[in-house]
Ligand binder design. Structure first.
Ligand SMILES: Nc1ncnc2c1ncn2[C@@H]1O[C@H](COP(=O)(O)OP(=O)(O)OP(=O)(O)O)[C@@H](O)[C@H]1O
Ligand SMILES: CC(=O)N[C@H]1[C@@H]2OC[C@@H](O2)[C@@H](O)[C@@H]1O[C@H](C)C(=O)O
Length: 377
């Protein structure tokens, strides 16, 4: 099958910046990873997006852009175009010439129970600015078919599971974990369909906690949490949420969990407790899986928080499983999501399914995405 070289662009729920990655794929198993890059947002722009999340709460029609959201969408798109230009001039220009962009945009609202998900990102504008064809808005069609509209990375995780390096290949069931602002997992059995869902808060609450307490955007290398203790009562009170008892498919909005239960804790104890919550929420997902995983592969920024990793390893060990970072699996854990968006863009272009009943709850395998600009020759 013909391969396509695509750039994936992801601006995730942490709102820390734009991740870019290049990938050559046939949209099935053949995947060759290229260069990647992260372009951070400066603090003021991140604040503007955070303000946009509040405004977005009033949206009932997904095309509506009240208040600053229309201007913000244009600015987010311009920043993506500038990031692509930098990416291509820095290093990616030396790799294969890209033929397609997969553009996620910035989620500002996600209400799966109302079949409403809103990503800021103007695909036509990005195509005009970059001169490349763009696939964007890849969540909506899934929702039209009764799906959660998230997570979408499972199709890529499943492809990765089939091409792991020899030393870890064949260890099924394997679970890919993405610890971003929110965490999500993809369970891949030896035979049968992957199962996926959001598992709970990832780094989002930790980021909000250290921002609220000391005005910094994240707890780098878990330095703040290192001085703290886990408050088991607070972890337990978070885990009492009915969200954790619900089997998948399920997905979260960034605002579904708040700092309310952690208020009153000291700075370090809060950071350590919320790291413990992130790990426990992921491990709790096993109660909704048909078999216990034997291998967990951790992607996303949360793998750089040693407390989350420590707690995950300790918990998984009790279940007879091993936890490794994406890097130990021969992957780049900062690039996986952006690679996924490149992979999904190629699948969308080829009209292949992006989501499945077992990953989002859609009524049948569903393709999706809007394709803009000239068709590929
Ligand atoms: N060195 C580090 N130490 C601790 N935490 C880190 C480190 N580097 C990144 N992080 C955390 O990872 C977050 C970014 O992760 P990532 O880029 O995977 O999230 P995202 O893609 O925005 O989120 P999502 O997957 O929910 O869309 C940061 O906000 C921070 O909390
Ligand atoms: C609506 C939305 O943007 N959801 C994000 C968010 O961040 C993590 C988790 O919640 C996941 O469901 C999803 O992103 C990943 C990349 C996905 O769709 O696979």
């Amino acid at each position: 099958m013909a391969t396509i070289c695509a750039i994936g662009l992801m601006s995730g729920t942490s709102m820390d910046g734009i991740d870019l990655a290049m990938l050559r794929t046939d949209g099935v198993n053949l995947v060759e990873q290229g260069p990647c890059l992260s372009v951070p947002y400066e603090a003021a722009f991140r604040e503007r997006i955070i303000a946009g999340l509040e405004v977005a709460k009033q949206i009932t029609q997904r095309s509506a852009r009240p208040g600053d959201l229309a201007a913000l969408e244009q600015d987010i798109t311009r920043r993506h175009a500038a990031a692509v230009e930098k990416f291509l001039s820095d290093q990616a220009g030396c790799w294969t010439k890209p033929e397609l962009i997969g553009f996620h945009g910035q989620t500002v609202l996600h209400r799966p129970q109302q079949a409403l998900t809103v990503q800021l990102g103007d695909g036509q504008m990005l195509a005009d600015l970059t001169g490349l064809p763009v696939v964007f808005d890849m969540r909506a069609e899934d929702m039209r078919h009764g799906g959660q509209g998230a997570p979408l990375v499972p199709a890529y995780h499943a492809a990765l599971a089939r091409s792991l390096p020899e030393n870890i290949a064949g260890r099924f069931p394997v679970v890919f974990v993405n610890i971003g602002g929110i965490s999500n997992i993809t369970y891949v059995p030896k035979n049968g369909d992957p199962i996926a869902f959001d598992t709970g808060p990832g780094n989002g609450l930790i980021d909000q906690w250290v921002m609220q307490k000391v005005g910094i955007s994240f707890d780098q290398d878990g330095e703040i949490a290192r001085q703290g203790q886990v408050d088991e009562d607070v972890v337990a009170s978070y885990l009492q949420s009915p969200f954790f008892d619900r089997p998948g498919p399920k997905s979260l909005d960034r605002g579904d969990f708040t700092l309310a239960q952690a208020e009153g804790l000291k700075l370090a104890d809060g950071a350590r407790t919320l790291a413990a919550l992130s790990a426990r929420a992921i491990l709790k997902a096993t109660t909704h899986l048909p078999e216990r995983p034997v291998l967990w592969i951790i992607c996303g920024g949360g793998r750089k928080n040693p407390h989350i990793m420590h707690d995950l390893k300790a918990g998984a060990q009790k279940m007879g499983a091993q936890v490794i970072s994406a890097e130990e699996a021969g992957l780049d854990g900062d690039a996986t999501e952006a690679e996924a968006w490149a992979y999904l863009a190629v699948r969308s272009y080829k009209k292949m399914p992006l989501t499945f009943p077992s990953t989002t709850g859609c009524d049948r395998p569903v393709s999706g995405g809007i394709f803009v600009k000239k068709p590929l020759s």
